[in-house]
Design a protein around this ligand. Structure first.
Ligand SMILES: Cc1cc2nc3c(=O)[nH]c(=O)nc-3n(C[C@H](O)[C@H](O)[C@H](O)COP(=O)(O)O)c2cc1C
Length: 368
């Protein structure tokens, strides 16, 4: 397929179609107020990407309970006091022509106590001295995800995307290494997937028929098993529980290194599954127009743009203007990011990412 195919609309099972195949990946940028309320910095960032030509923009990970926080100045969606700021974000995205989703997140055992987080492990063996969640506590977390989705809907977002990646709570429960429970949330793989499926089913119950639900899945680390994740995903696709699956790869070319699927790309393990009406996309080093188009040939319906979208907020528009567009080479100077409109808070966040911001060079920043 060609670069032009990236600009064809993509219907979803619920609600409006994506106007094109570009989705902005969830990008935490640590610039919300300390209570999780969206700040003017969040709004400025959203305004920039809303003009960037995306088909759908996901927010950064928003924590669904105060105890589920992972980062300082993380976006929150656990209280109605977040509604006004979230509504401003949703309006900006709609006015710019993109669909919108809040990424719903709970850090599980990785919650940060220094920020008020309450580490919530599936197993009593994960963290020294911290007991496993009780069944009732898991049900409370499930209900917090569902309430947060309703809040996103009230704020005017087209949908939510569930953060089921990187060992955070939904991913943690999937892992046989981190989940040794004997209740209905542990044991057989269907039980380890239950928290995720109950969250999705609950959202479908409380939100309207047009509300969109995406699910982000990562495959590596945290004791996750590829074959199990494939089987859970096959079931979720077969039941058309979600509108889109977002495969959180760090490199969309990544090859499976061991086991029965060795030698295949990780992506193909999922794109080869029957998907009915569910759309499938992937993230991972999509830095050029040509690579984005290749992913359509590799079985994706859409692509997720992460770091390339920070380097240039209007990546899709640049691809439209130039089918040979390639992102600037990293690392870039802080000044490059500043000139593009990135806040000092966001730039400081990016300094934590390896090989993204040149230390010192062209850098007149004051810590925000
Ligand atoms: C600054 C930054 C923040 C991120 N925040 C999130 C997040 O909030 N939720 C999430 O699921 N992934 C997050 N990721 C991962 C990205 O969504 C994406 O999957 C990853 O960066 C790979 O895509 P890329 O190579 O295009 O950057 C983040 C990545 C970066 C660079």
């Amino acid at each position: 397929m060609s670069v032009a195919d990236l600009f064809k609309p993509l219907t979803l099972l619920h609600g409006p179609a994506m106007p094109n195949r570009f989705m902005l990946a969830p990008l935490t940028n640590q610039q919300s107020d300390h209570d999780g309320s969206p700040s003017q910095f969040d709004q400025d960032w959203i305004m920039q990407v809303s003009q960037g030509g995306y088909g759908l923009v996901q927010s950064g990970a928003a924590y669904v309970e105060p105890g589920g926080i992972a980062y300082g100045r993380q976006l929150g969606i656990h209280s109605d006091r977040h509604l006004a700021g979230l509504a401003r974000m949703a309006t900006a995205l709609r006015d710019g022509g993109a669909l919108s989703a809040v990424q719903l997140h709970h850090a599980g055992h990785r919650a940060a106590p220094e920020l008020g987080g309450i580490p919530a492990p599936a197993s009593g063996l994960t963290l020294p001295g911290i007991r496993a969640l009780t069944t009732a506590e898991i049900e409370r977390i499930r209900d917090s995800f569902i309430a947060a989705a309703r809040r996103a809907e009230l704020a005017g977002f087209d949908g939510v995307a569930l953060h089921g990646a990187f060992g955070w709570v939904l991913s943690e429960f999937m892992s046989p290494m981190l989940n040794d429970r004997a209740d209905k949330y542990g044991g057989a793989v269907e039980n380890r997937a239950r928290l995720t499926t109950e969250v999705i089913e609950g959202i479908r119950r409380v939100c309207g028929p047009d509300f969109q639900v995406g699910w982000r899945l990562s495959i590596e680390r945290y004791g996750l098993r590829l074959e199990e994740l494939r089987d859970i995903t096959a079931d979720i696709l077969d039941r058309e529980l979600i509108d889109y699956l977002d495969l959180a790869l760090w490199d969309s070319r990544q090859i499976v290194k061991e086991g029965g699927l060795q030698g295949q790309t990780m992506l193909s393990v999922f794109t080869e599954l029957p998907r009915k009406g569910v759309r499938v996309g992937a993230a991972g080093k999509i830095m050029s127009a040509q690579r984005a188009a290749q992913l359509l040939d590799e079985g994706c319906d859409f692509v997720l743009i992460g770091r390339a979208g920070i380097l240039q907020r209007d990546f899709p528009l640049r691809v439209k203007a130039d089918p040979c567009y390639d992102s600037p080479q990293v690392p870039v100077s802080a000044q490059h990011l500043r000139d593009g409109g990135l806040s000092e808070r966001f730039i400081n966040h990016m300094r934590r990412w390896p090989n993204f911001v040149v230390p010192g060079l062209g850098d007149r920043s004051l810590r925000a």
